[in-house]
Write a protein of this length. Structure first.
Length: 118
């Protein structure tokens, strides 16, 4: 029995299958290879863009954290400068600053002791 001589019944129409010519087989293989190459190139592009966007996201988040840390550091530096300036005037004025109040607060000292103990 030869496969090429089998009949095909689609929509109540009877057709016979034709033998595939060698040119058609090569053309189909070339088309299939081209489609695979395009799919692979698309996957590479997709992966590269995902890596780039992930890297960009990480840089953005790092910049946000750096800015927040820098702002916090600047805030503490200004508080410390205010404490130092008040300390030069008098100890009472230094005690009235935010840093002076933190230094005289027993709760702050307890928290520092807990952190040291850890």
């Amino acid at each position: 029995m030869d496969i090429s001589k089998l009949q095909n019944n689609i929509n109540t129409q009877v057709n016979t299958t034709n033998k595939s010519a060698p040119d058609q087989i090569q053309d189909a293989a070339a088309v299939n290879k081209t489609q695979q190459t395009k799919a692979t190139e698309y996957d590479k592009v997709t992966l590269n863009s995902a890596r780039q966007s992930e890297k960009q996201f990480a840089k953005t988040e790092l910049d946000k954290l750096n800015k927040a840390s820098f702002n916090k550091l600047q805030d503490y530096k200004s508080k410390l400068n205010a404490y130092e300036a008040a300390k030069e005037q008098s100890p009472e004025a230094a005690a009235n600053t935010e840093i002076g109040q933190m230094l005289n607060n027993p709760d702050v000292w307890a928290k520092m002791a807990e952190k040291i103990a850890e």
